[in-house]
Design a protein. Structure first.
Lengths: 317, 289
């Protein structure tokens, strides 16, 4: 188990190193001189050169990459040219919106998706199954941001139950902040819940034909008991894989759904930064997204080994 | 369930899988609509007529007009073409790079396999939105960025499918026979593995096409994809966004189009998988019938 953990951790660090190098050097190709951008078109070449030295832009690319990398390890993501503020602080502020939104959507998709999948599998081939899976098929096909618009029309405009958009900081009014995330969370969660339901159903249907379920039945368990005690745990393996992939989709989806609800999340920070060519901010925000996605994959790998003892021993070999 | 399955088993596979039939017909209908827009649309999509804006559906404008007085049906036809085109190119990129990568990983054990797997794992860390953000920061927004971003996202998906399929086939006797006959790994991969995993790859391509349609819509909606004066389903939704509280119906046409195309593609993909995989056909027989 420890060997597996170390191996995976090494893989995670390697991925992050390559990813940050890629992001750094890709954005380094970006045309435009940040020093000139800050000083404006009227600045003399001497002042621009002086600022370039001060900002460390004169150093060779590799040195600048290493400075950036080690800065990030210490929590220093550099200064944003346009906002004149530390990138880490700007990102942290936005994460207070994006992270709760993503986690809420993840929780919602699990709480809704898994029971539906189990229900459908228990009624496999019957009307309940067909109805639930048809609904799932529909839910997968709806673009989450369009679904968000429809939710606004229904819950905010027609029924006036929830705010149509915008965000009040958590510190000012906790409930208003939580309420602002409800509709975006539902919009984000819907397709993911549908995917989870389908995966859960397929996995359970597969498991039900296994010998150990028959053994459990032979030992006197009812069908429900056998599926619940032995089936669900085994069916959770593929579900776990999908859950890890889904986090990536949710992170990406949040960037899009934020726009429907005018939420000040990471996505809108990135779009402003791209518009203003603020590459320090763009690369800081992108690396945070990449870390979020890869770290989740890592956790899923570990969780996988915890659920399936066979993988534990394989990793130790 | 059993009787129905036996009763139907003699018929051609399309009829035994109604989902597949509906999916193929739906996809074909939208593809036709898109292709016709190459030669003819009811009104040119660049034509702006403010006096005719927000018209309800009528004989002159079957789906009404948008906030610039543009004909919604014409926009829908051209938009579907762009969306499908982006998704198809993205699948071509993903399969073109991913399938060889997966076969490579399956055929050569050791460092090549390790490298191919790590590369595919690595690409998983880049959802299409992140790649699109990087590309847009570099080159400015455009439909080509969306194609590349979605394509890169597709690579590891196809690599996994190809490797998984190839590993299952590699243990079969005829591969051993081919090796005994003196075929090298490359010939085995192209002559024996590739044709045998083609079905898997086609099914996956259908699913990635539908994901591509959704991804294109998302990217264009946030301004990282198709740019005016061209249009796409996502861009139509972006245009409708600022007015959707006043004119919600403008979002219905592109939104429903996305839903219908994606459902069609998914039904086609599921149906194909069932038709190609006898094991799944048995399990799903109840639902299919």
């Amino acid at each position: 188990m420890v060997t597996l953990l170390l191996k995976r951790l090494l893989g995670l660090l390697l991925t992050l190193l390559v990813a940050s190098a890629l992001i750094f050097f890709v954005l380094d190709l970006l045309p435009g001189d940040p020093a000139r951008f800050i000083l404006g078109v009227n600045a003399t070449p001497e002042t621009v050169a002086a600022l370039r030295t001060q900002m460390g832009l004169d150093a060779p690319p590799l040195a600048r990459f290493l400075t950036w990398l080690f800065g990030m390890v210490r929590g220093d993501f550099g200064l944003s040219y346009t906002q004149r503020a530390p990138v880490a602080a700007l990102i942290a502020e936005r994460l207070w919106v994006s992270l709760p939104l993503t986690l809420f959507a993840m929780l919602l998709s699990v709480v809704v998706g898994l029971p539906i999948g189990i229900l459908a599998a228990r009624h496999q081939g019957r009307a309940t199954d067909t109805a639930l899976m048809t609904l799932a098929q529909l839910a997968i096909a709806i673009p989450n941001f369009w679904f968000g618009m429809l939710l606004v029309l229904l819950f905010a405009i027609t029924w006036k139950l929830l705010p149509p958009g915008g965000f009040i900081p958590w510190g000012e009014n906790f409930w208003a902040a939580a309420r602002a995330l409800v509709l975006p969370g539902i919009a984000l969660a819907l397709p993911q819940a549908a995917i989870l339901a389908r995966v859960m159903r397929t996995a359970l249907v597969d498991v039900q034909t296994m010998d150990f379920i028959r053994t459990a039945r032979a030992k006197g368990m009812t069908r429900g008991q056998a599926v619940w005690r032995h089936g669900v745990r085994n069916a959770l393996l593929p579900v776990l894989t999908i859950l890890g992939l889904q986090f990536a989709f949710l992170v990406a989806g949040a960037v899009i759904v934020e726009n429907v609800f005018y939420l000040p999340g990471l996505g809108r920070l990135i779009f402003t930064a791209i518009g203003e060519r603020d590459l320090v901010l763009v690369r800081g925000a992108v690396i945070v997204l990449v870390v979020g996605v890869t770290a989740t994959m890592f956790l899923v790998d570990i969780a996988y080994a915890l659920v399936d003892p066979r993988l534990r021993s394989r990793g130790a070999q | 369930m059993t009787t129905e399955t036996t009763a139907l088993s003699g018929r051609p596979s399309l009829l035994r899988h109604p989902g597949l039939l509906i999916g193929v017909l739906g996809t074909a209908a939208f593809a036709m609509l898109a292709l016709v827009s190459l030669f003819w649309v009811p009104y040119p999509i660049e034509r702006i007529a403010i006096a005719e804006r927000f018209l309800a559906p009528s004989a002159a404008h079957w789906l009404g007009t948008d906030s610039f007085g543009r004909d919604m049906l014409s926009l829908l036809m051209s938009g579907t073409l762009t969306s499908l085109f982006v998704a198809v190119i993205a699948v071509a990129i993903g399969a073109g790079i991913g399938v060889p990568l997966g076969l490579l990983a399956a055929s050569w054990a050791g460092p090549a396999e390790w490298l191919a797997l790590r590369l595919s794992d690595f690409l998983f860390a880049f959802p299409a939105v992140i790649t699109a953000i990087l590309l847009t920061a570099l080159f400015g927004p455009g439909a080509i960025n969306a194609m590349i971003a979605i394509g890169i996202f597709n690579i590891p998906v196809f690599a996994r499918v190809a490797r998984g399929g190839a590993l299952n086939i590699r243990v079969l006797d005829f591969i051993g026979a081919a090796r005994l006959a003196g075929l090298g790994p490359w010939s085995i991969a192209t002559r024996h593995l590739l044709p045998n995993i083609a079905g898997l790859v086609i099914v996956q391509a259908t699913i990635q096409l539908s994901l591509g349609i959704l991804a294109e819509a998302g990217l264009s909606y946030i301004g990282l994809g198709t740019q005016p004066p061209a249009t796409s389903l996502g861009l139509m939704l972006r245009d409708a966004q600022s007015l959707f509280l006043l004119q919600p119906s403008l979002t219905y046409v592109p939104g429903l189009a996305v839903v219908l195309i994606v459902i069609s593609l998914n039904l086609a993909g599921d149906g194909l998988r069932d038709a190609l995989d006898p094991r799944l056909r048995r399990v799903d027989a109840g639902r299919a019938a």
